[in-house]
Design a protein around this ligand. Structure first.
Ligand SMILES: [Zn+2]
Length: 411
């Protein structure tokens, strides 16, 4: 308890200094345009030589870790896209808590009231691309590292706290991952647990479960003919129309999950036909499915095949383009308990365990056997939109929580 009081007292005494440092760090990192897009969109950003170019933010992270005397590993599949892992603690217990934040950002898009790369401070908030996703939280984690080091608490941590600034989170590109996927596939990191500050929820939600995601492509195969003699062709759009009607009423076989609830299905795209005077030979749809635990790929595929067979004279090609499994960890896991206890005692807030339909690092980590939850500062509606922002006080609170939770989990 004495250590925790020391931490809380440090944050109280050094409020102004911590705030100024945080704001400066976020400002510096937001200035670096670490935009990550799929390779074919790269020409839209002529100032980029590579997607991401996270080395620009990594330089700031390394400068801070060097200044503080915190050892770190630089792990890169490509020099310009390095992952930086700072290490605090003695690493004697086999308990290693990773706090990963990503350095890449999505493009600014339209609708900004201010320059997205020049942080504006207004009403206690910082506006700019990446202030929330994910450079603000990264700055919080660095501040936490500084506090632990300054108070020499790092020497009392029997386990290890890993301060991770990672690359390549925002995009699934065909050349494979350079960040967490690369690190896990090559066994370059070995945390035993992780808290991922990349979900929003204003620190009131702890993401303990995420649905699986699948994309299914179905093509109706008809026969082309001249538009003046439709009787000679088979119209693939009519064929697909019948299937679409059945898909709208489709019922999955599943058990309602206590946190994730029900699966969802969205028919998001339809393409068919080439000209008014041609009978369309093919028609294609794309379906996004978010699954709950217990739903298997083969069963879902079978359900679509069975449904397709109900279309008279139908001829369909069904492909599962991607399939990721859902994950769910025990809502009474030690990570969740440590977060709840410290948030209640020191911030007077009551975070709740929730599930979500998207996918974060927490999914990747859990599917690799590392217990991970999502928890962090910021408003979930401010991700990937114009005028992205973060509340400064939440960044300070998150830095404090990082210190306190680390003491509980690896102290
Ligand atoms: Zn993010």
């Amino acid at each position: 308890m004495e250590i925790k009081n020391q931490i809380v007292a440090y944050f109280q005494t050094n409020q102004d200094k911590i705030k100024a440092q945080l704001v400066n760090l976020v400002r510096e990192m937001v200035r670096e345009k670490t935009i990550n897009v799929v390779p074919e969109k790269l020409p839209e950003f002529p100032f980029l030589q590579f997607r991401g170019e996270e080395y620009r933010v990594a330089a700031i992270v390394k400068r801070e870790l060097n200044r503080l005397g915190i050892p770190y590993d630089e792990l890169a599949r490509m020099e310009e896209r390095p992952n930086i892992i700072g290490r605090l603690g003695k690493n004697q217990t086999g308990k290693r808590l990773m706090m990963p934040a990503h350095m890449d950002i999505v493009p600014p898009g339209d609708g900004w009231l201010t320059d997205p790369f020049e942080v504006v401070e207004r009403d206690g908030k910082l506006f700019g691309r990446g202030t929330l996703d994910n450079k603000g939280p990264l700055a919080s984690i660095l501040i936490a590292a500084e506090v632990l080091k300054t108070l020499q608490i790092d020497q009392q941590l029997k386990g290890e706290l890993l301060i991770a600034a990672l690359v390549d989170e925002e995009v699934d590109a065909p050349d494979g991952n350079y960040g967490i996927g690369f690190l896990l596939a090559n066994r370059l990191i070995n945390p035993t647990m992780a808290i991922v500050p990349d979900i929003g929820g204003n620190m009131l939600e702890i993401d303990v479960a995420e649905k699986g995601r699948s994309v299914i492509k179905i093509t109706a195969i008809g026969r082309q003919a001249h538009g003046s003699t439709p009787e000679k062709g088979i119209n693939a759009v009519y064929m697909m129309a019948q299937l679409v009607t059945l898909i709208e009423k489709l019922h999955f076989d599943y058990t309602v999950h206590p946190v994730l609830g029900h699966p969802t299905l969205n028919l998001g795209e339809i393409h068919g036909g080439a000209a008014p005077n041609i009978v369309p030979g093919t028609c294609t749809i794309y379906i996004d499915i978010r699954t709950v635990p217990g739903m298997e790929k083969t069963n879902v595929l079978k359900l679509f095949e069975k449904t397709a067979q109900q279309v008279p004279g139908g001829n369909f090609n069904i492909e599962v383009l991607s399939w990721s499994r859902p994950h769910a960890i025990d809502p009474n896991n030690e990570l969740v308990n440590a977060i709840k206890a410290n948030a209640r005692k020191f911030l007077n807030i009551e975070p709740k365990a929730i599930g979500q339909g998207g996918g974060t690092y927490a999914k990747t980590l859990n599917l690799n056997g590392i217990a991970a939850v999502g928890w962090g500062p910021g408003d979930d509606n401010a991700f990937h939109v114009a005028n992205e922002y973060i509340e400064i006080q939440q960044l300070i609170d998150f830095a404090l929580m990082t210190c306190l939770v680390a003491v509980d989990l690896v102290g």
